[in-house]
Ligand binder design. Structure first.
Ligand SMILES: *Cc1c(COP(=O)(O)O)cnc(C)c1O
Length: 406
């Protein structure tokens, strides 16, 4: 493997680091949990608050284009996930969007009663699927399978298969096109959660034939804490989808204040209530950090960073067990290691300037974000991790005390 300095010198993405405001003396390997602050975003927000809200007041809906902001942001996200702008809607949280697309999918397969998901899927996806099944009654149920036996678990009772493309713990990645094809062969619909995909590598929803998708605005898209999420409905399904959350912003003509609901044409029907303009403005501005970025190069660098981190950590910290696939095609943009004292180790690492996170029961998780990470950062992070492990710096009560957020 070429030296970190050599790779950084030749890095075609090196200039993009300047688009982010990075704190000093911190190596940030948690952009998969909360992305960093883009340069210029604070000034933009100042202007949205002072000028648009403060001075335009309610006129801002028309004069500042607030009413069209969800669609504008959707257009920016669409490029990153391989979708037409008309198949992406922005708003609500990922969790709520799971509810919206899952209920839509079930309504397209009314004769089937099973939602199938991955046993290790992110809990919120499973909770929503379970809650929706209970709400619907009538024999609806959530069934779970392991990733390795997912295909065999899809039978003629399965209406929708709800999968997260990249496993939040291990970083293991499904082959979206292949799995979607298999789901369709069984007559079911494929719903993809892109929380750890959008902005991390090229995603091709349309080309993969995906039916529905959801994704997160505050992880790799850098939209800020609790940023609005997005969803995708393939254009071929939109006219048949009758939204369960039939809100006025998804109405054909919200400002006619009609007594009865009539869904908007196309993807607009997936909107629900008044969009959160402040957080949408932040996400809108954050997405400009992807202007002119070739996502193929992002993927290449992400894999190089993952390889370097795995290589360095395995050499320096043999007691950590790799939880992420080595094969590039089978992983997303993160590297995870297991250790029974993972929580304390991560806290000690953070105290020493390298920020990753911990996921129960034993996962140390490191996100690779090629737009603002250098090869030298990865090498330095591995060195610090070695120092924490060799010196047992983690072995203190203060690092074992669990905070509310891990
Ligand atoms: C982060 C994440 C979410 C987050 O959902 P919120 O509604 O934003 O809390 C959902 N699904 C997956 C797979 C995630 O990783």
């Amino acid at each position: 493997m070429p030296s970190a300095a050599e790779c950084d010198r030749l890095d075609p993405l090196a200039q993009f680091r300047l688009r982010f405001q990075l704190p000093e003396n911190v190596i940030y390997l948690d952009g998969n949990s909360l992305g960093v602050l883009p340069v210029g975003l604070s000034a933009h927000m100042q202007s949205v608050v002072e000028r648009q809200w403060g001075e335009s007041l309610v006129r801002g809906w028309n004069d500042a284009g607030w009413i069209d902001l969800p669609a504008r942001v959707a257009g920016k996200i669409a490029r990153l996930v391989g979708a037409t702008p008309d198949s992406v809607a922005v708003g609500d949280s990922t969790t709520i969007n799971v509810f919206k697309v899952l209920s839509a999918a079930l309504s397209l397969r009314p004769e089937r009663r099973v939602i199938l998901s991955d046993r290790s899927n992110f809990p919120t996806d499973l909770y929503v699927a379970d809650g929706l099944s209970r709400l619907l009654g009538q024999g609806y149920e959530l069934k779970l399978a392991d990733a390795d036996s997912m295909k065999e678990a899809i039978d003629e009772n399965v209406a929708a298969v709800l999968l997260t493309e990249v496993d939040y713990r291990t970083g293991r990645r499904y082959d979206m096109a292949d799995m979607t094809q298999h789901v369709h062969d069984q007559g079911a619909l494929a719903i993809w959660d892109l929380a750890h995909s959008a902005g991390a590598f090229p995603v091709h929803l349309d080309a993969a034939g995906a039916d529905f998708a959801v994704g997160c605005g505050y992880k790799y898209l850098n939209g800020g804490p609790g940023a609005p999420a997005f969803l995708y409905v393939a254009e071929r399904h939109q006219a048949q989808v009758s939204p369960a959350l039939s809100g006025w912003m998804g109405h054909q003509a919200p400002f006619e204040f009609a007594q009865t609901y009539a869904p908007a044409e196309g993807i607009g029907r997936m909107l629900v209530g008044t969009p959160p303009i402040l957080s949408l403005s932040a996400l809108d501005r954050a997405l400009d950090a992807f202007d002119g970025v070739d996502m193929k190069l992002v993927r290449e660098k992400s894999q190089q960073l993952c390889d370097r981190f795995i290589d360095e950590v395995e050499k320096r910290c043999p007691e950590l067990e790799l939880a992420t696939p080595r094969d590039h095609a089978s992983r997303g943009s993160q590297v995870s290691f297991r250790h029974p004292e993972g929580y304390a180790i991560m806290q000690a690492l953070i105290a020493n300037g390298v920020i990753g996170d911990f996921r129960a029961p034993d996962i140390l998780r490191f996100g690779m974000t090629p737009l603002y990470l250098r090869h030298a950062d990865i090498a330095a992070a591995a060195e610090t991790l070695e120092r924490v492990m060799r010196g047992k710096l983690w072995d203190q009560d203060v690092f074992r005390r669990r905070a509310k957020v891990t």
